[in-house]
Design a protein around this ligand. Sequence first.
Ligand code: FRU
Length: 520
Amino acid sequence: MTVLRRLLMTATTILSVLSCAGRADEYVIGISQCSEDSWRQKLKEELEMATYFNDGVTLLFASANDDSQLQQHQIDSLAASGIDLLIVSPNQYDLMSDEIDKIYDAGIPVIMFDRKTNSSKYTSFVRADNCQIGEMIGHYLAEKIGGKGNVIEIGGLKESSPAQERHEGFAKAIGQYPEIKIVGFEYGDWTEDSGEEAMNLILQKYHGKIDAVFGGNDRMAVGARNAIRKAGLDNEILYFGVDALPFPGNGICQVADTILTASAIYPTRGDELLLLALDILRGKDFARDVIMQSSIVTHENAEILLLQYEEVVRQSNYLKMMYSQAGAMHDSIKLQQIIIGIILLSLIVIVILLSFYIRAFVQKKNLYENLQAEKEKVERQRDELEEQRDRLIELSITGHNEDEETEQAGKDVRGDSAFIQKFTQVVEQKMDDPELSVEDISSELYMSRVQLYRRVKTLTGKSPVEMIRQMRLAKADKLLSETSLNISEIAYRVGFSSASYFTKCYRDYFNKLPRETHKI
Ligand code: FRU
């Protein structure tokens, strides 16, 4: 039992070691994005790439397409799916406050990213300084138009914090140039189309000269430019935006192509965001307020930035390739571990079954040997008894008139040879019966045991018991040399119920072992 228990414990240990191999903490992080665009896509890819180096992290993404109500529902579903932490860019501060407070109050850490709510219920807030971005662009624009002129501003989505802060920063900077006038302002919703619509609204009201347009982001600035061009207005207008994404058709490329005059980098940094989330989840120290650096992209540095970005893309492609190769290796190692586990388990099961089998076999063998010993004892006692009875008969007939007895015996069976023939026949017929006794034979021959004894002794010089044994052994000897029956079968055929006792009697009589005579 202890062996079995030890084997089972070994099996359990092997299984648990195999199933735990390589498993790190398991965290589920929900990411609620307010919009779906290239900036959000870049952030998503960076977050995903950061999981390559952080095993055991699952990211659940939801994107609200600039709809605050939809974002509320999505956050509810993320929470219901059991996230450990929420990263959220709230679409609008008023509309999203309660929902995010609810998550925070439920004990789920919240990282506010890029946009914020009205509430201070967040674990950490990561963003660039949008006020400073607005200010930086404002000064650059003022410089580019020589400190005087008419400027249009297209604000980002109303009630979203970057829109408000960029506007405030821009107004602050422009306020320092008395000869620059903001001649038109409308809100967009961050999309290119909304920039175009906002510009059209402005153009309906304002018909004067325009020197520059500031879009709350690059897309809206380009949208405004489209509206102006469609209206067939002056080409000399300068356009400024925010985001400066390095992909074709986006900020930096548009600055390089002079579609935009300048843009401010609005960093994504998904990798750092994930590390911050893990620090929070693992109870490490972290900063509650993180401000990411921004910088201005102009026609002078746009090409260099694009070249550098190309290099970054090349490197990250290598990284992705290495990751997928490592993934394939990891999968094959896992498979090997499973195969090894199955082999080990099968071996353990085989060993357990074998041990059961051996135990049962040994028990059976012992039982058989005990039975044989018992049988041998009984047979030996039976023979001794028969011999003692013969000796008693011998003693009792001493002094009797032998002739009389012989004569009497002779009356029952005609002739000596006929008697011996009949005796032999009866013994041979019943030889396979281990219970066969001298009494059985004497009653078959219609004579008393004493008469049988005297007749057999007189004619053969041997007692009936000796004769029976001799005949059994002679028959056995014949079977041994003529048949392929095994020794036990032969022993049973000639009336020994114990093979070992048969072997002993055979050796005493023939001076050799049965197997020396045996045919095979
Ligand atoms: C992306 C975006 C950016 C903008 C930011 C403000 O969804 O609209 O263009 O800079 O969000 O939160």
